[in-house]
Design a protein around this ligand. Structure first.
Ligand SMILES: Nc1ncnc2c1ncn2[C@@H]1O[C@H](COP(=O)(O)OP(=O)(O)O)[C@@H](O)[C@H]1O
Ligand SMILES: [Mg+2]
Length: 395
């Protein structure tokens, strides 16, 4: 049985496949940093399509004169058991941005230690920016509001690093992964506007916001819609699943022990939709001892669906009862209009609106032709299977 990674592997190169066009395109957006032009980028795409892996690969391939930082909001979210705050995001950002300084020139290494100390103090709720502000040349106003001080320091940090490096560093690239979770802050708009106001004046800092959300979701509107903080000025880029040729090439390169007939391969592509997440989990259930035809692929799919859809088990556990209610209602009743959906769940219009928005931001529910539907076939297949098998949906 093959063993393909279900998360992002530590050895990126061993498992990474293709994405050459994507890397060239994203690199070209970032290359302008060398000419003091900073693009702000928004990368969307369904869960499991390969955004995080692609962006991690992108960061490792950038030249030494571009520093990089990466944070995953869902990780902060995980640690805090559901309560996410601006302060926590800022603190994680600072930690991630400070890390590359550890090995830079003398001056910046000194700053690294001071900032590291600052991060420790902030965790203990001591917001004393005197020393760090002096080391980085960032003037922190003498005000009571701790978050305001922290956010000013963090947002000015990357551009100051470039300036302090005396020409050695030309840019700073910061990836904010699973950014759709920012939607759960009290005011995502204010948070995005803050980024906008700082980035507007910074020529060497590119942020890449990315998340498993559709390019038409409410949260994408808030950050880059006409009335959103960036007002369409962000460069939007959608990551697609592998094509059938890429899927075939991937299988040949990474799991050459698996054998398919032509119809078996077509079926495999239909079952996985070209999503690397599903390709990997499906392959891990297969054997190199047989040749898979159409029928065997379908059989294996239903036999092993719990393993193949494993990505959803952990996500399902993080959803609230109302979110689950809406999802199972839509699955049972097919695409539903707003009024039909409202009639079938037992909460108010306002509550429904709130939770529909949340699961749209999470890229689970989509809306087209005035109907709501589930975006992910694997999620639907898994839930239907569980219902049939157990008599109820997973709790
Ligand atoms: N280009 C790729 N080559 C090989 N495996 C990939 C590639 N892209 C994604 N994967 C695999 O697919 C899974 C999902 O990728 P991930 O980047 O986490 O998706 P996303 O961030 O879009 O949800 C991971 O297990 C990852 O290892
Ligand atoms: Mg990801």
């Amino acid at each position: 049985m093959p063993i393909l990674p279900l998360g992002i592997p530590t050895d990126l190169d061993k498992y990474f496949y293709n994405r050459e066009k994507e890397l060239i395109t994203l690199n070209s957006f970032l290359n302008t940093l060398n000419y003091d032009v900073a693009n702000q980028i928004l990368v969307t795409g369904h869960r499991g399509v390969g955004k995080s892996f692609l962006l991690k690969k992108l960061l490792t391939e950038l030249p030494d004169n571009i520093l990089t930082a990466y944070i995953d909001i869902s990780k902060i979210f995980g640690i805090q058991k559901g309560k996410i705050t601006e302060e926590l995001i800022m603190n994680s950002l600072l930690e991630a941005m400070n890390e590359p300084l550890r090995e830079e020139m003398d001056d910046l290494t000194k700053a690294y230690d001071i900032v590291k100390d600052l991060i420790r103090k902030i965790r203990q709720k001591k917001f004393d920016f005197k020393e760090a502000g002096a080391a980085m040349g960032i003037a922190i106003p003498d005000i009571k509001d701790n978050y305001e001080k922290l956010s000013k320091f963090v947002m000015e940090f990357p551009q100051r690093v470039v300036e302090l490096s005396d020409g050695e560093i030309n840019g700073f690239v910061i990836v904010i992964d699973e950014f759709q979770l920012i939607g759960e802050l009290e005011s995502p708009e204010a948070f995005f506007w803050m980024f906008r106001s700082y980035t507007q004046e910074q020529d060497n800092v590119s942020y890449i916001f990315t998340g498993s959300t559709s390019s038409t979701s409410d949260i994408v509107g808030k950050i880059n819609g006409i009335k959103g903080a960036f007002g369409g000025r962000m460069t939007q880029y959608a990551v697609d699943p592998f094509t059938s040729e890429e899927t075939e090439g991937y299988l040949k390169e990474k799991v050459s022990e698996l054998k398919f007939t032509e119809s078996g391969l077509n079926r495999f592509y239909k079952c996985t939709g070209g999503y690397p997440a599903y390709i990997n989990s499906f392959c891990n259930t297969m054997s190199g001892d047989v040749e898979y035809d159409d029928k065997m692929v379908i059989e294996t799919f239903y036999e092993k669906i719990e393993q193949i859809a494993i990505m959803w088990t952990s996500i399902w556990a993080t959803l609230s009862d109302k979110e689950k209610d809406i999802i199972t209602t839509v699955i049972e009743n097919g695409p539903l209009s707003w009024s039909d959906l409202l009639a079938k769940v037992d909460f108010s219009n306002k509550t429904l609106a709130k939770y529909v928005n949340i699961i749209r931001n999470k890229g689970i529910l989509s809306h087209s032709d005035k109907k709501y539907m589930i975006d992910d076939h694997m999620l639907s297949a898994w839930l239907k299977y569980k219902k049939e098998q157990d008599g109820f949906y997973p709790p």
